[in-house]
Design a protein around this ligand. Structure first.
Ligand code: SF4
Length: 302
């Protein structure tokens, strides 16, 4: 018979589960235990999710090989736990809200003046949450804010942003019709590449944004975005040129008609500024996306 939890233990348990939620872990399962065993074990079994739809893992390697499926971990709890506590906490607050604008606002409020990773104390001016149509069919995900984005609080507003705007225009749509966000929401100092643990800490909020926007296609801009979203480590050459089935890890959609989307990988606009010869390749990627979305490029594009 489950025992009623002491309020203090209950609070501590709630804090612990919130911590796992923020790390992108939401599914908790109770292992059957012997009647004499007072310790209930809660297994966090992430292998239930398809490998193709994973978010970031904290132990992936840059070896160029696909990441191994995430390992199950177990957390021992002191007493049998009434399941309601998990149901209540595992449910994302925005999931009970049908208006995506309000739902995104809830996620932003949840993020708060975030200090979850070291980027909060490395010179960021502000958190760059995301921008665009909260019901967009197409979503672009970059790596992290640069100096201009940090100053203006909006992703892709510098030179790379101008190029992204041109790429979007070439597809026959406007920037306002897509949703744009980054893997990390604070500027890494000196525009360095975000560390894996920073991506792992921040990306659960992006996953929640994706689950709210419910795009039909996500375009991962550059290797960091691609590797984090797909939990794969491979070269851009290997990652580009195909669609992946994607579901935001750790978040269940509250929409029975949306169970994930397609994800394509292309070059980051900042890379294209450095190596404009690759623009043709990026255009091929975008044409693949347009075909998937049934879009036709305007005659004057490119
Ligand atoms: S990068 Fe993300 S997790 Fe890190 S401090 Fe900024 S908002 Fe928080």
């Amino acid at each position: 018979m489950p025992r009623t939890l002491d309020p203090e233990v209950r609070r501590a348990l709630a804090t612990r589960i919130r911590y796992y939620n923020e790390m992108g872990i939401y599914d908790f399962y109770r292992r059957p235990s012997a009647a004499t065993d007072v310790a209930a074990t809660i297994a966090v079994d992430e292998e239930e999710e398809p490998v193709s739809a994973n978010a970031v893992s904290t132990n992936y390697a840059e070896s160029g090989e696909e990441m191994s499926p995430r390992k199950a971990t177990a957390v021992a709890m002191p007493v049998a736990v009434d399941e309601n506590i998990f149901d209540a906490i595992a449910l994302k607050p925005e999931q009970s809200v049908s208006d995506p604008v309000k739902a995104l606002k809830i996620i932003r409020e949840d993020l708060g003046d975030c200090t979850r990773c070291v980027l909060h104390k490395q010179g960021r001016k502000q958190i760059v949450f995301g921008v665009g149509d909260p019901k967009a069919e197409l979503m672009f995900v970059g790596e992290g804010p640069g100096a201009d984005e940090d100053a203006q609080g909006e992703p892709f507003v510098g030179r790379a942003g101008q190029l992204l705007n041109n790429m979007i225009k070439a597809m026959g749509i406007e920037r306002e019709q897509v949703y744009i966000a980054n893997i990390v929401k604070c500027r890494p100092p000196g525009n360095r590449t975000p560390e894996r643990d920073e991506c792992a800490t921040c990306s659960p909020f992006l996953m929640r944004q994706i689950a709210v926007v419910k795009p039909k296609v996500i375009v991962a801009l550059g290797a960091v975005a691609a590797k984090t979203l797909l939990a794969m480590s491979a070269s851009m050459m290997q990652l580009r040129g195909r669609f992946y089935d994607f579901r935001p890890a750790g978040v269940r959609s509250n929409d029975p008609n949306w169970d994930g989307c397609k994800l394509a990988v292309t070059y980051h606009p900042a890379f294209l500024l450095r190596d404009p010869r690759q623009k043709g390749e990026a255009w091929k990627d975008l044409q693949m996306v347009m075909k998937e979305l049934g879009m036709k490029a305007p005659q004057t594009s490119r």
